[in-house]
Design a protein around this ligand. Structure first.
Ligand code: GCU
Length: 599
């Protein structure tokens, strides 16, 4: 019987060539500016621990998996799943905070969403866009495979035009967040592995040829020149693209070259974007006098000179804090302007002009809200701890995440630093991997600073030496240090630092844990007084470091981590926040604020 079934599978495979996945297209720039059908809302879900919905009992993918959304046609038909009778959860959203059975769950969950679709004007294309899905994601539209994506924190889209039909349509998504050594991030990381469709889903309407990417930036402070470039979805000449910045009375039309590209420059006199004056201009970009996309763009320059960071030609001290992309009050993955505003308001109350969005690209609402609030950003890809440096697939994965991070946010004036790694162990393989990644980042964006969070490897007799081969690849030398917590409690006053590089220095992490409301002696771990004292001593130590251009202490808010299991204190939370998960400020919050206010 099984042989007949296998034969049948092979025949089906041949008969249904349409099951071949659509290609993954470059991510469309500024997707929220396009007309689209939002697919956010209630989705049915099926928890599939053994991936019964995808693999047969020989662990081979089979053509009548759950993506078929099959229903019994005849009384004797055997269908052992039914999305419409399955529970629902809110998308975007992680499954861990929406179904208590899935709090710790790592594995496959299937999602189904039906929607009504009417055919569009001729030639219109439909892109199915996901803001992010953690981690390994397969997508089907009406039973046809639309595509496959890995990586939990960057957007992707598929052209599903040919898969849509008049009336009711169905999207089915298989999400698997199991961890593997060759993944990015790898198997272990100090944050909750929230699974699911964690950011917006939409069906985006575009013309047969559309503006896939554009870049609007000020190139030089002296000349105050606007640089405008466009890349179409097809290499076609003769298309007209108009850029219009009404407030600056700047309007120019240009024609695409044979590669479907445009590059132009123009003199202009914008107010400069800065934390004190986060000025954004409405920019309208019109394609072939048909589609107009609007964006909010700020203009500024960022550079380093010796050990200084200069914003708009002025030295700036980056008064920062690190943040995870997690809602307050145990709410799971953040994914709205409101979530962002809450977190960034606490950062502003701390006196911050800068945030390190750790350790992966955060949702777009966070980056744009920070831009509106005048907060500079460090954005990072999750090359975190000990990655599989020798594995070419791991490198390709990291490179793709870097590509997508830069392509989504390269028009954001507030993003000044791309970080390519965090706390990676020194080795020749690591140096080769990160060296190539840093050089590649510069080909994607030569206008921003490149960095990574290094580690202090040499410390003896209170002398801490930073010695990292990666110094030659970065513009800003950043490192994490935990004097007073993981090492040398109460020794901060004796510490000195040797950083033998003529580059600006950012302390990308320091800090210690405290349980909000737990009080006691300053040498009693986990008390607010211990954390308060640690901050006092660290700030005094750090403030003496030559070339210090900024800090992003670890961390703004207590956050979930499966590595933090101390009962009654951690309970699966990393407690190094200056604010508790419920939003209560700890004593150390005011120590840092005082320092920043003095800067
Ligand atoms: C590391 C790491 C963080 C982690 C922190 C900690 O430095 O980069 O992701 O949460 O230390 O130990 O709390």
């Amino acid at each position: 019987m099984r042989q007949i079934r296998k034969l049948f599978i092979a025949v089906v495979g041949v008969l249904f060539p349409a099951m071949a996945a659509a290609e993954t297209l470059p991510v469309i720039q500024n997707v929220n500016a396009y007309e689209s059908l939002s697919l956010n809302g209630e989705w049915n879900y099926i928890v599939d621990v053994q991936e019964e919905g995808y693999y047969d009992y020989r662990m081979k993918p089979y053509p009548w998996g759950f993506f078929r959304n099959a229903k019994p046609q005849k009384p004797e038909d055997l269908i052992e799943y039914d999305f419409d009778k399955s529970p629902t959860m809110q998308i975007p959203g992680d499954w861990n905070t929406q179904d208590e059975r899935l709090f710790f769950y790592e594995g496959t969950v299937w999602f189904k969403r039906s929607f009504d679709w009417r055919s569009q004007e001729t030639g219109v294309r439909s892109l199915l866009y996901f803001g992010a899905v953690n981690y390994d994601c397969r997508v089907w539209v009406n039973g046809q495979e639309a595509g496959h994506h890995i990586g939990g924190f960057t957007p992707f889209n598929f052209d599903v035009t040919e898969m849509l039909k008049e009336g009711e349509n169905t999207v089915i998504v298989k999400v698997d967040n199991k961890r593997h050594a060759e993944d990015v991030p790898t198997q272990i990381f100090d944050w909750w592995n929230y699974g699911g469709i964690t950011r917006d889903v939409k069906l985006v309407k575009v013309t047969p040829v559309y503006i896939e990417d554009y870049n609007v930036q000020m190139v030089s402070l002296e000349g105050r020149r606007l640089a405008f470039s466009v890349r179409l979805s097809k290499a076609e000449a003769g298309h007209t693209v108009t850029i219009d910045i009404p407030e600056l009375k700047l309007k120019k039309a240009v024609t695409t070259d044979a590669d479907g590209k445009v590059q132009m420059y123009a003199k202009f006199k914008p107010q400069l974007w800065s934390p004190e004056n986060p000025k954004l201009y409405q920019v309208n970009i019109t394609f072939d006098n048909t589609t107009t996309i609007t964006d909010e763009i700020g203009f500024r320059t960022i550079e380093t000179r010796d050990k200084q960071i200069l914003l708009n030609g002025q030295t700036i001290f980056l008064k920062g804090i690190s943040i995870h992309d997690e809602k307050a009050n145990g709410g799971g993955r953040a994914n709205s302007t409101e979530d962002a505003h809450q977190l960034l308001t606490w950062a502003k109350e701390l006196g911050c002009n800068f945030v390190r969005l750790a350790h992966y690209p955060h949702n777009e609402y966070m980056v744009r809200e920070a831009e509106r609030m005048g907060i500079l950003v460090w954005s990072e890809i999750p090359v975190y701890w000990t990655i599989a440096w020798k594995n070419p697939a791991t490198f390709a994965n990291a490179k793709q995440q870097l590509t997508d991070m830069i392509s989504r946010d390269h028009n954001r004036a507030n993003i000044i630093i791309w970080s390519i790694a965090n706390e990676t162990p020194h080795s020749a393989e690591r140096d080769d991997f990160l060296g190539r990644l840093a050089q590649y980042a510069r080909t994607q964006d030569s206008t921003r600073l490149i960095s990574m969070a290094m580690e202090v490897t040499g410390a003896s007799n209170y002398v801490n030496r930073l010695n990292d081969n990666m110094n030659k690849y970065v513009d800003v030398v950043s490192f994490n240090q935990y004097v007073g917590w993981y090492r040398d409690v109460n020794d901060a006053p004796k510490m000195t630092w040797e950083i033998p590089y003529n580059k600006p220095v950012i302390i990308s992490e320091f800090g210690g844990g405290a349980k909000s409301g737990y009080h006691g002696a300053k040498n009693q771990r986990w008390t607010e007084e211990f954390q308060e004292n640690l901050y006092r001593e660290n700030i005094a130590m750090i403030d003496k470091i030559d070339g210090l251009a900024g800090t992003t202490p670890w961390i703004l808010k207590d956050f979930r981590s499966p590595r933090r299991v101390l009962p009654g204190i951690q309970d699966f939370y990393n407690m190094k926040g200056l604010v508790s998960d419920k939003g209560t400020k700890k004593k150390a919050f005011f120590v840092l604020k005082q320092w920043y206010d003095s800067k």
